[in-house]
Design a protein around this ligand. Structure first.
Ligand code: NAD
Length: 302
């Protein structure tokens, strides 16, 4: 059995596989080379660099499994894989805590103005009064999407003394009450949250879920964080809402176009941005590699 590892994954995952397969690690393989070479492989492991396109899948002759060492499978042509009966696996649970921690990091950075204060001190200034923040204690956090990550965020936010509102049409009020959160409709959440955080997948239903109308419903000093997918927030409308102080600030790890090179959002002071790194910790990447390596092993060993 032969496995190609086309993106960098944790060593522990590679070691797991070496017990049962010939492992080729080529993390700079191009799309053309992959189309050429895929015919020799029974399994491919990727993160997000490599695109497992229809062309790659159609060129495969004995491929049985495509494994994404992470959550989203946006870089795999699912329809093409299904047509050829190739299994696609991922490791959605591996990054939940890591993403929840990053979300809390963006929230803290926003409400205490940490990144602009940092820049100011490094420029030789000492502008104490400019950086008055707010406490999280006693404030309301609105969580949009109470899945794996949303739930981990709720646990952490409660430890900060926050009340939690949730909008998730697939979660009942009873299920919410069991973990100490209040399930409400989107409008109520938008009108009553001091901080909002998005943890839904990007689907036709969630595309531009947060646009002009939604920003206008929010409290004047509300903050919103998106560590899910670009496109859930309408970035043109977010720019207007931030520029005109309709809301207090935003924290983004994901963008409609990545990198968001010429986005006017990057010119604003009341936004904190990171380069899609919410899932990037040693622990999450190790766990993702081990989980997908074991899935591939299962296919090989029956
Ligand atoms: P999950 O599937 O466990 O949870 C998603 C939740 O969204 C579910 O509870 C679902 O009911 C809810 N939902 C679906 N459609 C909805 C809608 N229209 N309105 C409100 N709620 C809706 O997923 P997860 O593991 O918690 O991950 C959430 C998202 O985070 C993923 O889809 C992924 O895009 C993103 N993510 C980003 C990073 C990153 O690096 N920034 C890393 C991991 C995951």
């Amino acid at each position: 059995m032969k496995v190609i590892i086309a993106d960098q994954i944790n060593e522990k995952g590679i070691k797991e596989l070496e017990d049962v397969a010939d492992v080729v690690v080529n993390t700079s393989i191009t799309q053309e080379e992959l189309i050429e070479e895929i015919k020799d492989f029974d399994a491919i492991i990727v993160r997000s660099r490599t695109k497992v396109t229809r062309a790659v899948i159609e060129a495969a002759e004995k491929l049985k499994i495509i494994a994404r060492a992470g959550v989203g499978v946006d870089n795999v042509d699912m329809a093409a894989a299904t047509e050829k009966g190739i299994m696609v696996v991922n490791a959605p649970e591996s990054t939940s805590i890591t993403v929840a921690e990053h979300t809390m990091g963006l929230i803290m950075t926003l409400i205490r103005k940490i990144s602009i204060a940092d820049k100011s001190v490094k420029e030789g200034k000492w502008e104490k009064s400019k950086f008055m923040g707010i406490e999280l204690n006693g404030k309301t956090l609105g969580i949009i999407g109470l899945g794996r990550i949303g739930t981990q965020v709720s646990i952490r936010a409660k430890a900060f003394g926050m009340e939690i509102l949730v909008y998730d049409p697939y979660v009942t009020e009873e299920a919410g009450a069991e973990i100490g959160v209040r399930v409400v409709d989107l409008e109520y959440l938008l009108k009553n949250s001091d901080v909002m955080t998005i943890h839904v997948p990007l689907t036709p239903e969630t595309k531009h879920l947060i646009s002009k109308k939604e920003f206008e419903m929010m409290k004047e000093n509300a903050f919103i964080v998106n560590c899910a997918r670009g496109g859930i927030i309408n970035e043109d409308d977010l720019y207007e809402a931030l520029k005109n102080n309709i809301i207090g600030g935003a924290g983004l790890d994901v963008f409609e176009t990545e990198p968001p090179k010429d986005s006017p959002l990057l010119t604003l002071d009341n936004i904190v941005v990171t380069p899609h790194i919410a899932a990037s910790t040693k622990e999450a990447q190790r766990d993702a590699a081990i989980i997908v390596a074991n899935e591939v092993k299962k296919v090989f060993t029956g």
